[in-house]
Design a protein around this ligand. Structure first.
Ligand code: F6P
Length: 340
């Protein structure tokens, strides 16, 4: 068989480990692999490179993706969809492995509906893909946010300030939740809960009274209601660019105005997406890349490799796309137990 592989959507640590997982698992069974560059754009525009085992040597621990990525939607225009199918036929690809989040996997499902032989691998630092316990990229990216919070603790303590750390995560609060829990934030705001300003201000005041400073973690996806400021642009899949709303900066302004505590904010943005994958992400990405090859070899096209408990397995793409996995009430209850 000839495999094709692409990485689409926002990059995250572990993509290279997954690509390597695909290439080496296929090679072990005597199959070759080619890589399509820059996500679905590579299939639309016929951007392809060979991927022999030697080409993936040493990439396991590297951040980003050697294949490049983009937020290209190949099914936005019918002409593009035709070009994708033509590219697959031109290169005689028997099985395509699409590594990505909800947008990339939705495109994979559409390709499958049109007769394409495709399997998926979920990834995203947002951890919001349904049907899998974890997505790779999340642990490594959130560790960066926790490190940032610990650094902010030092400077907040020195200056007796409130500092708001704005983290990514889109409309799911997993990154904020894990950062707040693992970093010991005094208040953590996630999109799954309505914004409650009195509770936030009370937590800030309690923390400042108790030890002179306060740390707040805010997910970029929270809704602060009508306010001055911007609405972000949109990407090709119609998603608002949430960081342009600068909710962290707005919260710091509100905290300072209402409590009198000098306040600052930090938006770490794409810093979270770079860097080497950690142990968990390397192993998960490797397992899922290999599992995707096994699914294709078994003829289980239209499925996506996922983690359930300690096992990797395939489930229909239909079960993984279209709905986001969001933070559940039991997690929120735990989170609030440890706030100020
Ligand atoms: O989906 C991953 C993610 O990092 C989100 O957390 C964030 O909202 C978005 O991508 C940013 O997208 P871009 O890299 O296109 O600015």
């Amino acid at each position: 068989m000839k495999f094709g592989v692409l990485t689409g959507g926002g990059d995250c640590p572990g993509l290279n480990a997954a690509v390597r997982g695909v290439v080496l698992r296929a090679a072990r069974s005597g199959h070759e692999t080619v890589g399509f560059l820059d996500g679905w754009k590579g299939l639309r525009d016929d951007l392809v490179r060979p991927l022999a085992p030697a080409d993936v040597a040493g990439i396991l621990s590297r951040g980003g993706t050697v294949l490049g990525s983009s937020r290209t939607n190949p099914f936005a225009k019918e002409a593009d969809a035709t070009r994708v199918l033509e590219t697959l036929a031109r290169h005689r690809v028997d099985a395509l492995v699409a590594i990505g989040g909800d947008d990339t996997l939705s495109a994979a499902r559409e390709l499958h509906r049109r007769g394409g032989h495709v399997v998926g691998v979920p990834k995203t630092m947002d951890n919001d893909v349904a049907g899998t316990d974890w997505t790779f990229g999340f642990h490594s990216a959130t560790a960066v946010a926790v490190d940032a919070l610990e650094r902010l603790r030092d400077t907040a303590g020195s200056h007796h300030r409130a500092i708001v750390l704005e983290v990514m995560g889109r409309h799911a609060g997993w990154v904020a939740l894990a950062t707040g829990l693992a970093g010991g934030a005094d208040a953590t705001l996630v999109p799954e809960e309505p914004y409650d300003e009195p509770t936030l201000l009370a937590r800030v005041r309690r923390a400042v009274d108790a030890r002179g400073y306060a740390l707040v973690v805010a997910s970029e996806g929270i809704d602060l209601g009508p306010r001055r400021g911007t609405t972000g642009g949109k990407d090709e899949f119609g998603h608002e660019l949430l960081r342009e709303r600068e909710v962290g900066a707005e919260l710091a302004r509100r905290i300072q105005e209402q409590t009198g505590v000098e306040s600052r904010s930090a938006q770490i943005g794409h810093v979270q997406r770079g860097g080497a994958p950690d142990l968990f992400d390397r192993i998960l990405a490797t397992r899922l890349g290999a599992q995707a090859v096994d699914l294709a070899l078994a003829g289980r096209f239209g499925e996506v490799a996922v983690l359930r408990g300690e096992t990797v397995r395939g489930i229909p793409l239909d079960e993984a796309v279209g709905t986001s996995k969001v933070v559940t009430p039991d997690w929120l209850d735990l989170l609030h137990t440890f706030e100020a």
